[in-house]
Design a binder for this molecule. Structure first.
Ligand SMILES: Cc1cc2nc3c(=O)[nH]c(=O)nc-3n(C[C@H](O)[C@H](O)[C@H](O)COP(=O)(O)OP(=O)(O)OC[C@H]3O[C@@H](n4cnc5c(N)ncnc54)[C@H](O)[C@@H]3O)c2cc1C
Length: 390
């Protein structure tokens, strides 16, 4: 069911992404989840569909749509395959949206065409082995050279599309202070830049996650995005749209779980009755569908607010944090409830609910843990003199 203010274009987008997911993701996800593979073919198809630059203005080859559209795409895709959706998010929001919003015209003209066509896969490097939640504690350094270019040393960890990506939007320190953060466009193949190990994961197994290593990587000044030392604001802003759109992944997972559990409750008989006749099963389903709808309303409200520019700064961050905090917890709980409803079958890989539960848990960690999101929300309510992470 679509949200009342979805435009005709957005409704059509939902239908076409659902058809795409059924045709290109559904047949492969079980196998790819098993072997921790990546659906490269389906990724390329998204380029043909014009979805890889979903939020980029049309003048740069994008679809010129916004956070609502991107969240719709995430929800529909994730109802089938959340892992491929996570790789799509890292590409289209973490890398491409950030280039579309922050890069110069020359940088956009150089990098966006291949990212939008699907020839190149993008990712974003912020987190490091020693700094996840404390993102500004990053140690990767970019030293300005006498010729104006930069030498980068350090490493990034848990990078979605790290092992298979071509272009990375990376953050590094360019000064002694916590906020001296600059952005750089890093290309696979730059001397000294390597991708480290690919992590073995509990869920999101068809989305490759890995390390990025920088050993005296010489990066031209032309690859610095924005002014030196001025990236904190744009980094945080892109985290906000990431949190809104990743909530779409939680919604898609939950929706699929509710559909599977509802059908199962109608068909599975115990004590000569469909298990849906038992009040405890009804209660779980009623709670699940209500929480899902509440999170859906909150998430699309956050997305619409973003698109209309109704909130900025910390207020916008709080809105995005609320949507993700609730949607992520909801999807984990709904997937666990679906497993419970399916009993022994729910615990096996016969049904998608087991994969959905493993995938859902990631969203309580990536793009800001539940704990960090609660801090963002509480800080906005109480003021940063009361709530501080330092
Ligand atoms: C599959 C996957 C994909 C990812 N993709 C990317 C990516 O593409 N790019 C990228 O840059 N990063 C990515 N990440 C990294 C992700 O954003 C971090 O894992 C996340 O921010 C948490 O950081 P951490 O793992 O270092 O945990 P930590 O920060 O070490 O946190 C450990 C625990 O302590 C809690 N904690 C920390 N600080 C506080 C505090 N002040 N108050 C209360 N509790 C606190 C946390 O909530 C958590 O429960 C990805 C992670 C995963 C698992």
């Amino acid at each position: 069911m679509s949200i009342w203010y979805f435009s005709e274009e957005e409704k059509m987008l939902a239908e076409s992404v659902q058809s795409y997911a059924q045709a290109h993701l559904a047949p492969k996800i079980e196998h790819l989840d098993e072997i921790e593979g990546f659906n490269a073919e389906a990724f390329k198809k998204l380029g043909e569909m014009g979805l890889l630059g979903i939020t980029v203005p049309e003048e740069f080859g994008g679809a010129g749509m916004g956070a609502v559209a991107a969240t719709i795409a995430m929800e529909e895709m994730a109802s089938v395959d959340a892992a491929s959706t996570l790789s799509y998010l890292a590409h289209s929001i973490l890398c491409v949206n950030q280039l579309g919003s922050s890069a110069s015209k020359e940088q956009k003209l150089k990098y966006l065409p291949k990212l939008i066509s699907g020839e190149h896969i993008g990712g974003m490097g912020m987190s490091e082995p020693g700094s996840g939640s404390d993102a500004l504690g990053m140690l990767t350094r970019a030293e300005k050279q006498s010729d104006g270019n930069y030498k980068i040393n350090g490493s990034k960890s848990w990078i979605t599309n790290g092992p298979n990506g071509d272009i990375f939007y990376c953050y590094a320190k360019t000064g002694p202070n916590k906020k001296d953060v600059s952005s750089f466009i890093i290309e696979k193949g730059m001397p000294g830049f390597t991708t480290g190990k690919k992590f073995k994961k509990m869920g999101m197994r068809a989305s490759p996650t890995g390390e990025l290593w920088f050993s005296d990587v010489m990066v031209p000044a032309a690859n610095r995005v924005g002014e030196e030392g001025s990236s904190v604001k744009s980094m945080m802003k892109n985290l906000d749209i990431e949190r809104i759109t990743i909530s779409g992944i939680s919604l898609g997972i939950a929706r699929s779980c509710i559909e599977i559990a509802t059908k199962y409750s109608q068909e599975r008989k115990q004590f000569n009755k469909p298990i849906g006749a038992f009040q405890q099963i009804q209660e779980r389903l009623a709670e699940a569908t209500s929480w899902y709808e509440a999170c859906r309303a909150l998430t699309y409200q956050a997305a619409k607010t973003w698109d209309l520019g109704l909130m900025t700064g910390r207020e916008a961050s709080m809105m995005a944090a609320k949507a993700k905090l609730q949607s992520a917890q909801m999807a984990t709980q709904v997937s666990l409830d679906a497993i419970q409803i399916l009993g022994g079958y729910g615990y096996t890989r016969e049904f998608a609910v087991e994969r959905h539960m493993r995938d859902a848990k990631l969203i309580e960690i990536g793009a800001g843990t539940n704990e960090i999101l609660r801090i963002i929300i509480a800080r906005q309510l109480l003021g940063s003199d009361v709530v501080d992470t330092q």
